[in-house]
Ligand binder design. Structure first.
Ligand code: 6R9
Length: 653
């Protein structure tokens, strides 16, 4: 057994518990068999897997893909027709109409509600009819800027029902960030709420929308759901209360037949360069992937209660709160609050209150709760729990062991699921009944995924080795393009290693073929499981009048995984001070959102640059990590003395 010390943890293996293996969808033998088949004949495998959905017009073609620059296209089930909302709701009505589809748990522990599949159908149809009444048509982009209230899921499914393309912007993003995303996809409609509530604090969503619309001119209608009931400004002709628009609309709405390759949603994500990219997912392949991974990875069984703690503003919320579970006729729990409110027992109290069987969260939450000790966990029962999951960033073995031993009491396998906004769903993961677990390893590829490791030149590496993680071929859940910029899609993912999808992550493969994700190899920081491009934070900083130059890097952070470290050069005439530091940190918060605010900010009279003017990030990273003893070769710097100054005044000690 593992004892908590580093090297031993990495060697520790936790075999599949027999209680799980006996009843699991697949054991290891079956996994290997299916995996082999999926790689040997993808057409046959995915042709069969596609039948898990209901198609109004069955597909005859399965896969049509090219990763070449001249002809980059990804198509799955391309002549099939279906409706995603029909698959998530209508097809379950006959067999499980009275079963809970969504259990909603409020920020306030006294508030919760359960919506059956029948009720969900009615709510979504009404919502869809309201959207139609506002003028929303098939193919229109609808921005959703909402708190984690149940109407957020109605809004998503209503868009899917009428063929509108939703673009959810996380409720923690600033008006500026919202405006940028509304403009980028020419969204004419926004759905929001008066306010959100998280951890007992109110979030002024409608006010933020009003602010954003000073910079977004194409918006025709703003649909506002009344949530807290606070007074908000309503602009005549533009702003519409949901409850007023919904009065008298029909409770039936026919699902629009959609081509498998019609867009389902856009979701903006940060990259290493430029502004956030609109990742585009389509209907058929995405839903096959979300539903199949949800069933196998969590070993979901009929009647179980499944809870993913993500926000619908992130891809995890799309695939594993809404689309995957509902496509499978599951009961999915949607939580408005945070792990620490009212206290550090909240997650486990919710587990007991609703008898949650499968629980899926992020390492940052586990680390934060671990700090509060075992008592808040131990005072709850958690007997209903069967499978635990982790997503968003590498989980350190210490947190893994705490999750396994304290939360799961050694009974529940942990599925450490590696994937990305771009991949639509889980790609590398253990399966509860099949995979022996190694704390900190995402372990083995899901069906159809062939992960490889390559060196800087793109040469494929064999055996136990470290490298850049690529995927050799397409899978149904893969993103189809960057909205409005197909060339950027190619440049970002297929130009570094031609013919392969490059993930941007580094990984190690061990002797047993297990994958260990080591983190981003590009200029992306992973803060509490959320991706932040360093370039984005830098451009927010330099947009401030007092800043002449900025460089941003990540550094190890106990709770967040990575923290944001900003080096800032002020314009001449402005002196460094605590006030200006505070002002700059607040500035970034308001430009992008709280998740982007620098944890540490250092004033730098100069930044280390090569003679050609390139900022030497490697050096800045070392100093931010407080590892300045091994800076390597600094002789190529234009002014080597700036490094001494930076070390002298480093902020992370
Ligand atoms: C689903 C999601 C994607 C990036 C990804 C990687 C990191 C996600 C991980 C993980 C190690 C895991 N990541 N899951 N790293 N182990 N289990 O998080 O999507 O927000 O797009 O982030 O997150 O670096 O490239 P997204």
């Amino acid at each position: 057994m593992a004892d908590g010390s580093g090297t031993q943890n990495e060697q520790a293996v936790f075999p599949v518990p027999s209680s799980i293996a006996e009843h699991a969808h697949v054991d290891n033998e079956r996994y290997l068999e299916m995996y082999k088949a999926s790689i040997a004949d993808p057409e046959a495998f995915w042709g069969e897997a596609g039948k898990r959905l209901d198609w109004s017009k069955p597909y005859t073609k399965v896969k049509d893909v090219s990763f070449d620059q001249s002809d980059l296209h990804i198509r799955w089930y391309e002549d099939g027709e279906l409706n995603v909302s029909y698959n998530c709701i209508d097809r379950h009505l006959e067999t499980r109409g009275e079963q809970a589809a969504i259990i909603w748990e409020g920020d306030d522990p006294n508030q919760s509600k359960t919506v059956t599949y029948h009720q969900l159908h009615e709510h979504v149809c009404r919502f869809a009819n309201v959207l139609k009444k506002l003028g929303v048509k098939k193919g229109d982009r609808v921005t959703i800027y909402m708190p984690m209230i149940i109407e957020a899921s109605y809004a998503m499914l209503a868009c899917a029902r009428i063929g509108a393309v939703h673009s959810i912007v996380f409720g923690g993003f600033s008006p500026e960030a919202l405006a940028g995303r509304v403009n980028d996809c020419d969204s004419e409609y926004i759905i929001t709420a008066d306010e959100g509530v998280r951890g007992g604090k109110n979030v002024p969503l409608k006010k933020n929308v009003d602010e954003a619309l000073k910079h977004a001119f194409g918006v025709k209608k703003v649909l506002v759901v009344e949530n807290t009931g606070t007074q908000v400004a309503m602009k005549g002709g533009r702003d519409v209360w949901w409850h007023e628009a919904a009065a008298g609309v029909d409770e039936f709405c026919d699902p629009e037949p959609m081509n498998a390759e019609d867009p389902l949603f856009i979701l903006y994500t940060s990259g290493s360069t430029g502004k956030p990219k609109g990742v585009l997912h389509t209907s058929g392949g995405y839903l096959v992937w979300a539903s199949m991974t949800h069933e196998y990875v969590f070993d979901y069984k009929d009647g179980e209660v499944y809870w993913c703690t993500a926000d619908v503003g992130w891809v995890t919320g799309h695939s594993y709160i809404v689309y995957g579970p509902l496509a499978n006729g599951a009961t999915t729990l949607m939580f408005e609050g945070v792990p620490s409110y009212p206290d550090a027992s909240r997650f486990w109290q919710v587990v007991d209150k609703h008898n949650v069987n499968i629980f899926y969260t992020a390492p940052t939450a586990i680390r934060a709760l671990m700090r509060e000790g075992e008592a808040p966990v131990k005072k709850t029962s958690r007997k209903s729990l069967r499978v635990l999951g982790s997503v968003g960033e590498p989980i350190n073995p210490e947190a893994w062991l705490w999750y396994y031993n304290v939360v799961g009491e050694g009974r529940c396998p942990i599925v450490d699921t590696w994937w990305q906004t771009e991949t639509g769903g889980i790609m590398i993961t253990p399966l509860p009944g099949a995979t022996d677990l190694k704390p900190g390893s995402a372990s083995k590829p899901f069906f159809g995924i062939n992960p490889i490791l390559v060196d800087a030149d793109g040469k494929e590496l064999e055996g136990a080795v470290d490298g850049n993680l690529c995927i050799t071929d397409s899978w149904p859940g893969q993103m189809r393009t960057v909205f409005g910029d197909h060339e950027r899609f190619f440049q970002t993912y297929f130009s570094t290693y031609p013919g392969r999808y490059f993930t941007g992550d580094g990984a190690r493969r061990d002797e047993d073929g297990y994958f260990w994700i080591t983190g981003r190899v590009d200029d992306v920081i992973n803060v509490s499981g959320h991706r932040m491009g360093t370039a984005e934070v830098e451009s927010a900083l330099v947009a401030h009048d007092s800043v002449s130059e900025a460089a941003v890097v990540g550094y190890p952070h106990d709770i967040k995984g990575q923290g944001i470290y900003a080096y800032v050069t002020l314009i001449s005439g402005v002196e460094p001070s605590d006030e200006i530091k505070k002002e700059l940190i607040n500035w970034v918060r308001s430009e992008i959102g709280p998740i982007a605010s620098p944890d540490l900010l250092q004033f730098a009279p100069g930044l280390p640059k090569t003679r050609s003017g390139k900022i030497m990030r490697r050096i800045l990273r070392k100093i931010a990590e407080n590892d300045y003893g091994s800076l390597g070769d600094t002789s190529t710097l234009a002014e080597p003395e700036v490094v001494d100054e930076l070390i002298e005044n480093r902020q992370n000690r």
